[in-house]
Design a protein around this ligand. Structure first.
Ligand code: SME
Length: 174
């Protein structure tokens, strides 16, 4: 019998169990980063890896309603692998939080989406959001977008660690 792939990922197997309750935010991200590195290590396929990154983040982070990638395809950001409800498929250049992060190539933290000019409400339940750009060989290739149904869910600690995830993602086969 062929062993399951999951057996090759000790940190992922551990991750299936609940993370220790006393882990703080940085500790949680450290565990998730370790899982993510193990997951993408031996897999060359971009879409498979992006899909698993969204799964690990969605299930590993508390109070997150949507996690996904938008890839830069021509002038637009186009929906990629995600976890969560149905989302907007295509975002024109410079539009919304995603477009702002892509254009500035900086992480954008939005504590209250209702007061962000031009926010695109894919999900009426979303209250706060963070978008992190992914740059590969000098080009903006995608953004990583997380939404929450709570106001102020994302802060500088999330930004710092999600930028580590973006750096990991930037090393994939774009
Ligand atoms: N709110 C985003 C659009 C993508 S959804 O949140 C999944 C934006 O304003 O760019």
């Amino acid at each position: 019998m062929t062993p399951t792939r999951a057996l090759a990922y000790p940190s992922l197997a551990m991750h299936r169990l609940e993370l220790p309750a006393d882990l703080d935010k940085s500790g949680t991200y450290a565990e998730l980063l370790a899982s993510l590195r193990a997951v993408v290590e031996d897999e060359p396929d971009l879409i498979a890896n992006l899909a698993n990154i969204t799964a690990v983040l969605k299930h590993g982070l508390a109070d997150v309603s949507w996690v996904g990638f938008y890839r830069q395809i021509g002038p637009d950001l186009v929906l990629g692998p995600f976890q969560g409800k149905l989302a907007c498929t295509r975002i024109a250049a410079g539009r919304g939080v995603c477009g702002a992060a892509a254009a500035s190539r900086t992480t954008v933290v939005v504590p209250d989406v209702e007061v962000f000019p031009g926010h695109i409400a894919c999900d009426a339940g979303s209250r706060s959001e963070i978008v992190v750009p992914i740059v590969y060989r000098g080009a903006l290739v995608a953004v990583l977008d997380l939404d929450s149904e709570s106001y102020g869910r994302f802060d500088a600690v999330d930004a710092r660690h999600l930028e580590e995830v973006a750096a990991l993602a930037a090393g994939l086969a774009w």
